[in-house]
Write a protein that binds this ligand. Structure first.
Ligand SMILES: CC(C)(COP(=O)(O)OP(=O)(O)OC[C@H]1O[C@@H](n2cnc3c(N)ncnc32)[C@H](O)[C@@H]1OP(=O)(O)O)[C@@H](O)C(=O)NCCC(=O)NCCS
Length: 276
């Protein structure tokens, strides 16, 4: 990869429809179970607010990523994939730099992404982009628990984000967004802020039904509150979403340890990275 005159890598460019076949040939085999990227390719290609990029070597597309622009001024990086034969040449780093540069042009001044805690090669590469680790959290899949506490849209109290169970973030179609940056009032208006009360305690969560790559699922982010009540709130919200539901919670928050006993599976451990 030789840099072009303006310092940008010569081989990173916006994705085109024709790139799909060659990229998906290896992307569909990223992990043993496959990959979600083929199911979101069309959506990402047509993304009017973000942009998908491709890394080319000798005229062949061998890497890709997607920049999602979040309206609160955050560039969200996702879906970086490099062909196994072309790894270790800095392609993912160049794709990431290009996405960050594009996001800055859209007005973003914060950049974030998540990766699996077990993906050590991704973590090293992410550090090279200048992003640092902000939060360790778990994604818990609901296994059919039942509602054990009444939950209702939060109309009164304000969640105490200083003691948040998810570092002050909430999950939105596999992106973590800051509650403060997005706005509690907006979440409340959108009907996504829920509360439960018991014995003088209160717990809050953000929850809604989402769709990503054709998959529909519920997403529940524990915000704050007494751990047992917060875990019960998550279970009650999950029971609202027939079919798939995921709960998001920091590991070590107190609630995370309780979720498997409340109808959730063991967590996939994830890391949030960001800059600044
Ligand atoms: C993770 C993944 C995207 C990394 O892609 P990559 O192109 O190999 O990454 P990079 O080459 O930019 O960085 C990796 C290494 O290349 C090295 N490298 C070699 N030449 C380089 C150059 N010119 N510039 C920068 N880095 C270079 C870096 O030192 C880095 O090594 P280190 O971090 O071990 O010290 C790739 O392994 C992949 O597609 N994995 C499967 C999908 C995946 O895990 N995606 C991430 C999910 S968040």
């Amino acid at each position: 990869m030789s840099p072009s005159g303006d310092g940008r890598p010569a081989g990173v460019r916006p994705a085109k429809r024709e790139d799909r076949e060659e990229l998906m040939h290896f992307v569909s085999r990223t992990w043993e179970w496959g990959d979600y990227v083929p199911s979101v390719w069309d959506e990402w290609l047509g993304d009017a607010s973000g942009r998908m990029f491709v890394a080319e070597v000798d005229g062949r597309p061998v890497g890709m990523n997607h920049l999602r622009y979040l309206e609160e001024g955050v560039g969200w990086l996702e879906g970086v994939r490099v062909h196994p034969d072309y790894r270790g040449r800095g392609l993912a780093t160049e794709l990431g730099k290009r996405a960050i540069e594009h996001a800055k042009g859209l007005g973003a001044d914060r950049f974030r992404l998540i990766t699996s805690a077990s993906n050590l090669s991704a973590q090293k590469q992410i550090a090279r982009l200048g992003l640092s680790r902000k939060l360790s959290f778990g994604i818990f899949e609901a296994k059919g628990g039942s509602a054990s506490v009444a939950c209702e849209p939060a109309v009164g109290g304000v969640p105490d984000l200083r003691s948040s169970h998810l570092g002050g973030f909430f999950a939105d179609r596999w992106a973590l967004r800051s509650v403060r940056e997005y706005g509690v009032a907006k979440l409340r208006r959108e009907g996504r802020l829920f509360a439960a009360r018991r014995d003088g305690s209160e717990a809050f969560a953000v929850a809604d039904a989402a769709s990503f790559g054709g998959e529909r699922f519920g997403q529940v982010s524990l915000l704050c509150g007494e751990p047992d009540l917060a875990a019960d709130l998550a279970a009650s919200l999950a029971a609202r979403f027939s079919g798939h539901c995921y709960a998001f919670c920091s590991l070590g928050s107190g609630s995370a340890e309780l979720l498997p006993a409340k109808g959730f599976g063991e967590p996939d451990e994830m890391l949030l990275y960001g800059a600044p």
